[in-house]
Design a protein around this ligand. Sequence first.
Ligand code: NAG
Ligand code: NAG
Length: 424
Amino acid sequence: MANGERLLIPRQRLLLSLLFLFCLLGAQSCAASGGEPVVFEIPRNGRVVELDESNFDAAVRAVDYLFVDFYAPWCGHCKRLAPQLDEAAPVLAGLPTPVVIAKVNADKYKKLRSKYEIDGFPTLMLFDHGVPSEYTGSRKAEVLIENLKKLVAPNVSVLESDSAIKGFVEAAGIGFPLFIGFGVEESLIAKYGAKYKKKAWFSVAKDFSDDMMDVYDFDKVPALVSQNPKYNEQSIFYGPFEDAGSFLEDFIRQSLLPLTVPINRETMKLLDDDERKVVLTILDNESDENSQQLIKVLRSAANANHDLVFGYVGVEQWEEFTETFDISKSSELPKMIVWDKEEEYEIVEGLERLQEGDYGSQISRFLEGYRAGRTIKKRMGRGSPTLLGVNALYILIFLVAVLLVLMYFSGQGEENNQPRAHED
Ligand SMILES: *[C@@H]1O[C@H](CO)[C@@H](O)[C@H](O)[C@H]1NC(C)=O
Ligand SMILES: *[C@@H]1O[C@H](CO)[C@@H](O)[C@H](O)[C@H]1NC(C)=O
């Protein structure tokens, strides 16, 4: 077994040589038909560029950051995406690190489709200096711009003056949390800057004046300041930075989420990366005054219990989700549970519902009860949001059934499978 070649019988060898010859010929004819190398002009007007097989490679070579929409003319999701890309293109073209948006009819240009293994439409890819990676984030122009800005930024920005810090914070905007390591070695942060690149902005400040201590509210260095501008939150980590333990990573991971998390489809994605269980408070309407009171109390509980995530959700805001926790009447609200983010949740005996009044002491008793194990385990009802949505599941079953029927009547599987359309 040491030498695999010895196992080949002569006919197989012949086949292999033939195959090799074909490859050579193929490669040559390709090169010949290419003629002179195509030169791709980077468009200056900030429009979406239509590419095809003749200029695709040249575009990938010429553009540092090329964002490509592989579409099919018949696909409805692609049609809805197009105006979003038209809106994003000029903004992205004007960034300090510009991103060029292009589209390819991958239904027509099958070579490109198979080269990039496009099996659904639209497929979006960012070519970072020629290296493609699939983009699966939001396709709304505004969020797409934020996400791409983040993806093309350095993993960790090194800031060498107060004004550089200011510029970094401004450029980051409010889409993601951001970290500034005052007097923190870049090498200590680099690993996390790479790992959490899609989720937060990372920087280290090397040179800064004492004013920064007031602005960012730290009193010694090294200090890692985290800000979550969307939720108006800030926290500071003073170390240990070089410890073998995971204090630094814990701090970073916990700072990716706000102290109290409004549970919705977007934040649900953030929860996926977090290993903690969720103390979930289910409210009637998360925007009403009483709920806001309660959320304030939850914040102080969250501050004192970093091993748990504190989330809240209103029935008014997301009924589909809240009803999986067995709520039949609004008189059962607000309800507190501990959710494992999968299928199970626990309620604390005797504290199923929070009574109006002193929320602080009820929440303390809830946490005591939970930690002492005085809980009842339950399973979520239908439509667990961590699995497929119920609707998606029904559609899938329906499609499989249709496919089976089709295959039965046609007597064989289709030879030329159309790629399926990507869902939003
Ligand atoms: C930045 O992060 C990515 C992963 O997100 C990694 O592949 C890349 O090597 C990092 N770049 C540097 C300069 O560390
Ligand atoms: C939720 O409460 C807010 C503030 O009181 C109110 O404006 C809003 O209409 C309520 N939402 C629903 C769906 O009842």
